[in-house]
Design a protein around this ligand. Sequence first.
Ligand code: XIL
Length: 350
Amino acid sequence: MTLRSAFDGRLQLGCAVAGTLPGSLSATEERLLSEQFNVLTPENCMKSGLIHPEPERYDFEAPDALLAFAERQGLSVVGHCLAWHNQAPAWLFEPGMTRALALTQLARHIQAVAGRYRGRIQGWDVVNEAIADDGDGLRDTPALRAIGEDYIERAFELAREADPHAELYYNDYNIEQPAKRERTLRMLERLQASGVRLDGVGIQGHWIIDRVPFDDIAAAIQQYRALGLKVMITELDIDVVDRPDCSADIATQRAYSPTEDRYREGCPAPVMTHVLQQQAEQYARLFEIFTRQPGDVARVTFWGLHDGGSWLNSWPGKRTNHPLLFDRQCLPKPAYEAVLDVARRTQVKS
Ligand code: XIL
């Protein structure tokens, strides 16, 4: 049994990949990806700063390779992401730029990128992280300043024109938490009222061991479903080293002292075993929530294949993390077995 077969017909299982250019993936990694998952998300290479670094320059090499790899392996691809304030080029929305020029640049970007892969992408994360962490409204970003609040509507309209058959998603972190969830629900309702096509919402899911907000997650899934949207967990990992809060704002950086970086190689086995058991239980509780009612969650994507490749080894600071289902040797961890166990148990019930 593998993840994808265990949840077949119930949940799509996804994985973020850093790259598929020749030499980027070992044979084991390639095999694991195609056996365990049915959909890939490019971890970085489709972000605007990488795919469109200058107005007249695109870098399609890595995304083209990723699409070709996925198609060879029979996997679908989620595009990530068309409008985001991070890993974005400065030229796209510059201070003092007119609204008209900013809209033209947004259109050129989306037409070029989503248009190139038209028909080959399952769905796009059209707008990423547009809701402010605190306060009342949208995050203050170059796109908001240059265009205004409707940059979100425009991005969705442009994406629909560029690839009419791709699903279109809003994606963000902490939008299961009550205050940010309320702001997100209001924004999504506004989008729906304006008539743009919106298919789903992605809850990123960068959670922290012993602080996973299970009840908020269950409530958020129901509230987003009540808007008629697909719900996806799009960037799942469970940090075991700890960090100040569940935010996934990549602009936040901090240093980890050797004592804080407590699960480096050489960590005593009983401690590590205990932590990995706790993590396994928490992953299991999450998958119980995800599978509670058929159709509640359409896809769960892990943000990386194995612990060695996780972004949580370098963000918010350098440390050794163990957040995923496979260890640095690509071997299944207790969390993997616990998730499969949920699949078996919930299958019997249904
Ligand atoms: C992260 C990547 O994993 C890192 O490799 C990169 O250095 C920074 O971005 N929310 C998102 C993702 O939507 O795109 C981010 O990915 C993690 C937080």
